[in-house]
Design a protein around this ligand. Structure first.
Ligand code: NAD
Length: 272
């Protein structure tokens, strides 16, 4: 298999173990990171072609946004020579990894997707597969919207980007008697995570019988507490990721390879 360092036999063995574990579990949660969306054309942050190789992470902090909102929005809109941290994702489509999770929802085994991603691709995949009954918990917000820092009015981010491209930078609230600065609904470094999302995620983690980590370096906290909480409560802990993570030693199984190839194979065999 491409991008997989195991022998065919070793990969088969690991897939087989994953299938055996997942067949026994009925309250599974998925914890996903940027790696599940690279096969949809969205780069991750810390992988081998990750964004942090090209952009200074300091420019993704709340402090940077507060000091230079026009630079933040200018870059998001692709103005000048600055490269957006992640290009606008409204056109990107889910890949086989997202669809495999949607199938696992259909089987009744997967109870929640807890994601660090902001790209809306799980929701798109679930919609395309006709499954909507389980929550997708977004720990780091969404790239779909922005809001006014003064009155909290919501805006579609793509409309705000268009306004910035038309010369309105930094963009401000359009409501009468309000001129508040608009901020993306993605959570920047140094910003609090949405309380409701984090509580919901930890709750799912405390009550699941298995957590599957997909495409995360597991170094961004508090989000990365999700698999730790699950493990502590006795849940099975699986990791599918290109690169080893610092939590591999805690897991019941790791598979280092492409999610879009490995996960669909596992899900197909669970259904047999
Ligand atoms: P990360 O960039 O730290 O780690 C991604 C991991 O996924 C890497 O270890 C990499 O080896 C692995 N990976 C990449 N492609 C893979 C594939 N096809 N198959 C298997 N493994 C693959 O990502 P993170 O842990 O999610 O943390 C980064 C933060 O960046 C998150 O908080 C998230 O909010 C944000 N982010 C989101 C997006 C998105 O929404 N798509 C994209 C970039 C960053």
């Amino acid at each position: 298999m491409e991008n997989c360092t195991y022998s065919k036999e070793e990969l088969e063995k690991r897939i087989d173990i994953a299938v055996k574990i997942l067949k026994k579990c009925n309250n599974i949660i998925a914890f996903t990171g940027a790696g599940i969306s690279t096969e949809s054309g969205i780069p991750d942050f810390r992988g081998k072609d990750g964004v942090w190789k090209k952009i200074d992470p300091k420019t993704a902090t709340l402090q940077y946004f507060n000091a230079h909102p026009e630079k933040y929005w200018g870059r998001a809109a692709g103005l000048g020579s600055m490269m957006p941290i992640i290009n606008e994702v409204t056109e990107n489509l889910p890949n086989n990894g997202h669809f495999a999770l949607a199938k696992l929802i259909k089987s009744g085994k997967l109870k929640s997707i807890i994601t660090q991603n902001v790209d809306n691709l799980h929701q798109k995949a679930n919609e395309m597969e006709g499954v909507s009954q389980i929550p997708v918990v977004e720990l780091h917000g969404t790239m779909l919207t922005a809001h006014c820092l003064k009155c909290n009015e919501k805006y579609l981010r793509k409309d705000v980007i268009q306004r910035v491209r038309n010369g309105e930078n930094p963009p401000t609230c359009l409501k009468e008697n309000c001129d508040g600065l608009l901020k993306t609904d993605t959570i920047l470094f140094g910003e609090q995570l949405p309380q409701k999302a984090i509580e919901e995620a930890f709750d799912f983690a405390r009550n699941c019988d298995c957590v599957i980590v997909l495409g995360s370096s597991l170094v961004v906290f508090p989000a990365a507490n999700v698999p730790l909480i699950a493990k502590e409560r006795g849940a099975k802990f699986l990791i599918i990721n290109y690169e080893p993570t610092d939590m591999d030693f805690l897991s019941d199984l790791t598979i280092n390879g492409p999610i879009g190839k490995i996960l669909p194979e596992i899900v197909k065999r669970i259904e047999l």
